[in-house]
Each structure stands twice: as C-alpha cells, then as structure tokens.
Design a protein. Structure first.
Length: 278
C-alpha cells in the first residue's frame, strides 16, 4: 500500500494509558511497547480483522515498538496454509511487517498442557464429566450459585483423568477441564435478565472470562491490583444500586464504565507483556 494511503493511527484511550505509563515516573518507564496480532487461519481477513491489526501494528509502530504475528491454529479441521499466506500478504499490503516474529499457537500446546496440569495441582481446575446440556442443569438461579458436582474431585483423580483425556481414551467432549472460577456477581447479573441466549453465551465464555481476568492482573504491581479492585468494587455497587432503584439508563451507563475500565486495564497490561507470550 502506498505510504500516503496507509491508515493514520489516531490518539485513543489505549494510547492515553500507554503515554501515562511510559512517561517519566510511570509504571513502565523505559519499557518497549510490544504487541501481537493473533488471527485464526480459517478464512480470509475481513474489515474487523483489519481494524484489529491496524491497532496492534499501528500502536507498536507509533511507539517504536514491535508487533508479533501469531497464527491461532487451534482448530486444524477448519484451517489451511492458503489462509496463512493470504493473511501475511494482506498485512504486507496494509504496510506492516512482523520481522522474524512469526509464530503458531500450536507450537506452545505442550506448554499449555503443562500450565493446565499446574492449575489442577494447585486446586484451581478440575475434570468435569457433565455434558454442556447437563451443565445447564447446574447453573443455578438468582439464589443458587452454579456448581458442578465434580468441582471437589480429588486433585490426583483429575490429574489421572486429564492425562487419559490427552491420550484419547474418552470420546470427544465426554470430559472437560474447568477452572474453579468465581464470577458469581456477573453470573447472577446475567441470570436476572432471564434471557436464555445471554445466559448460554455467558456460561459458554465464563472460562475465557476467568482466564482474561487472571491475565489482565498477572503483571500488575500489588498496590495497583488493590487500586483496580477498589475501582471495580465501587463499579459493582453502582450497577447494583441503579438496578435496585429501577433506573435502567443509569445501570447501563454504570455497566459501560465498568466494561471500559476492565477492557482498558486488560489491553494496557497485555500491551507491555505480550512479548513473552507470543
């Protein structure tokens, strides 16, 4: 793409946080901005991908940093080398380059397995035998938290089952590794909507949500974690108060502020530490 047609990177809230953190006396003063673009090679890039890659590559370029290209090849039945090559070509056409930082998620499957085993050993994950349909029966209601009957399974038993899962001993989907998550505030909030589609979507994504909440705080200093928790706690109170008072617009505004805060913290922390995760 000609340089004059290359999309300009406008200032935004992500860059506001970066400016604050890399400034003199900031939390990450002197550190290099290192981002990544992780497409799944199961099709050609669309306009949404282009927006994401311009943010990822453009942010790194703006701050003189680096951006990795990592193919999220976790579903081989739907992926093809044709899409890998097409994605690379399109990124180059948009004027960006990843240098020698080209990776595949599958390169780290063994490490992911080791992390999962570590979670089980620490009592933070367990092997569950409920099917997705059965799990719905245990999702609870506004008075009863969701809880799998296998949540308290002995660690050694979960480790044994997980190893056998990897060996292909069980039919696909018969066993699931679940994190011992605590998203009850959000879960109860979703349940009050009585919207089956929204409830199913939340319960499908709750493992991912828990992972993101952990990763977004993983590299944050202890004092900053406390500050973040205080802010999020006050936002929870504001949301509940608005709902309790029957003020939907105020509740919506409070939720939007909460989502914006959580997303911004997750994005800014990953911006500085994506280099090691590739």
């Amino acid at each position: 793409m000609p340089e004059e047609l290359k999309p300009a990177m406008a200032q935004n809230f992500i860059h506001d946080f970066i400016d604050e953190d890399i400034a003199q006396g900031g939390r990450f003063q002197g550190m290099q901005v290192h981002t990544r673009f992780p497409p799944e090679p199961n099709g050609y890039l669309h306009i949404g991908h282009c927006k994401a890659l311009i943010i990822d590559f453009g942010t790194a370029e703006k701050y003189g940093g680096l951006c990795n290209l990592r193919m999220d090849d976790t579903n081989p039945t739907k992926e093809d080398v044709e899409y890998v090559e097409a994605i690379q070509e399109d990124i180059h056409w948009l004027g960006y380059d990843w240098g020698d930082r080209f990776f595949f998620a599958s390169d780290y499957f063994e490490k992911m397995y080791e992390y999962a085993v570590e979670l089980i050993k620490k009592g933070l994950a367990y092997v569950c035998e409920l099917t997705p349909e059965q799990f719905k029966e245990y999702r609870g209601d506004v008075n009863t938290p969701a809880r799998s009957p296998f949540r308290d399974r002995p660690i050694e038993e979960s480790l044994d089952l997980f190893a056998r899962m990897r060996a292909g001993e069980f039919p696909n989907g018969a066993m699931t590794l679940r994190a011992k998550i605590d998203l009850e505030f959000h879960h109860q909030l979703v349940l009050t909507t009585e919207n089956e589609y929204l409830i199913d979507m939340f319960e499908t994504l709750q493992g991912t949500l828990h992972y993101l909440s952990i990763r977004s705080c993983e590299f944050v200093a202890t004092e900053q974690k406390k500050d973040n928790l205080i802010v999020m706690g006050s936002q929870h109170v504001a949301i509940c108060s608005a709902i309790g008072l029957g003020l939907p617009e105020l509740a919506r505004s409070a939720m939007e502020r909460h989502i914006d805060f959580c997303c911004s913290r997750c994005l800014i922390n990953r911006t500085f530490h994506a280099a090691g995760s590739r």
